[in-house]
Ligand binder design. Structure first.
Ligand code: PEP
Length: 248
């Protein structure tokens, strides 16, 4: 009942021409039974929305929680809505560590995104030291509790959570399939405490961290892993297509 999702996070990569070429490259190869998304830099979102094939959804990688005003360099939910994007990544670990994003700002952004009909892909995950000191569940519970505090969720299918252990992002050190399953199951339990079990059962939870065409199947075989958030391997047409077509 939860539609699988493969979401690419392009980070600060691709010019407009490169992005358009990517959409042409994937146009005839994307499956219908998997939701395929790319989250691109702000400046190319409008072009991507216009040119993406029907089964490629477009997302942003961040947004401000204010609607407008004196916030130099920021992009508001109104502006994102105006581009026609469907998704927005919120609280990626790079935003948390390089730009001081907190669970509190994540919470404000999630509320604003939903208010403006943008579907949030909310990232949570522990750093290596927290995992090694046995604090993973404590960290995930706090991120989920504070990130979703007071969030009104009418349509649970519109919320996506990504479990991204920080030690696995861009390092090639992917979590084992069992580690991903355990964390995603734990996160679903925490979501149930906030939204109730039936809504938690509809929320998609992705694993992210060095996912590649070679390991995607192992993750997708898990009960609580509904997809993947993919950085490096989402940049090339061939590997993005292979990820999206993991069922074939
Ligand atoms: C990410 O940036 O969210 C990510 C998971 O990156 P990578 O796939 O490159 O580890």
């Amino acid at each position: 009942m939860r539609k699988p999702m493969i979401a690419g996070n392009w980070k600060m990569n691709k010019t407009r021409d490169e992005a358009i070429n990517f959409t042409l490259g994937v146009a005839n190869g994307l499956p219908l039974n998997v939701e395929c998304v790319v989250c691109a830099p702000f400046i190319i979102l409008r072009d991507l929305v216009k040119r993406a094939p029907k089964n490629l959804k477009i997302g942003a990688q961040n947004m401000d929680y204010h609607e407008s005003g004196a916030f130099t360099g920021e992009i508001s939910p109104i502006m994102l809505q105006d581009t026609g994007v469907e998704y927005v990544i919120i609280g990626h670990s790079e935003r948390r560590s390089y730009y001081n994003e907190t669970d509190e700002s994540v919470n404000l952004k999630v509320k604003k995104a939903l208010e403006f009909n943008l579907k949030p892909i909310v990232c949570v995950g522990e750093v290596l030291e927290e995992r090694e000191s046995g604090k993973t569940e404590e960290v995930l519970a706090k991120q989920v509790r504070l990130g979703f505090e007071g969030v009104k969720l009418d349509e649970p299918a519109n919320l996506v959570v990504a479990y991204e252990p920080v030690w696995a992002i861009g390092t090639g050190k992917n979590a084992t399939s069992q580690t991903a399953q355990d964390a995603c199951k734990f996160i679903r339990g925490e979501l149930a405490k906030i939204f109730g079990q039936s809504k938690a059962d509809e929320i998609r939870i992705l694993y992210g961290g060095s996912v590649k065409p070679e390991n995607i199947k192992e993750y997708m075989a898990n009960e609580d892993v509904d997809g993947a958030l993919v950085g490096g391997a989402s940049l090339k047409v061939d590997s993005f297509l292979a990820l999206c077509n993991y069922k074939n």
